[in-house]
Design a binder for this molecule. Structure first.
Ligand code: HEC
Length: 102
């Protein structure tokens, strides 16, 4: 019983815990490389998540980017046309590619 009371006090106590100083949320801005095809990326990719998802992958092969865009289309139902997919993959490979096709 004493244990229960202690747990209850601790739980309720933490509900009223306050932070006195200002809480600062870090702002992260991602460096986006502008270039041919960027508008297609903006229109097709950024509706669901930020550009950070793309940059965090690091430099990758063309096949990798091709498969990533496929994954977005099949798994997450991204409405990306065949034409736009080509533009987006070209853009990603040019700016975030590692020079390898596979
Ligand atoms: C319909 C929504 C949607 C669209 C549109 C979309 N994505 Fe995603 N994407 C997701 C979801 C959901 C995840 C997974 C989030 C998670 O795991 O936290 C994701 C994750 C990712 C990742 C992280 C790696 C991974 O495999 O999970 C990359 C890279 C990525 N997307 C690239 C793209 C690119 C490039 C485009 C445009 C061609 C795009 N996404 C368009 C929904 C979308």
């Amino acid at each position: 019983m004493k244990k229960l009371l202690l747990i209850a006090i601790l739980t309720v106590g933490s509900l009223f815990a306050q932070v006195k100083s200002d809480v600062e949320v870090p702002y992260i801005s991602y460096q986006i490389k502008m270039g041919k095809g960027f508008d297609a990326v903006q229109a097709n990719c950024l509706m669901c998540h930020s550009f950070g998802y793309i940059i965090n992958q690091g430099p990758q092969s063309r096949l990798f980017w091709d498969k990533k865009v496929d994954k977005m289309i099949t798994h997450f139902k991204a409405p990306i046309s065949k034409e736009d997919k080509v533009i987006v993959v070209n853009y990603l490979f040019k700016h975030y590619g590692n020079g390898k096709l596979k």
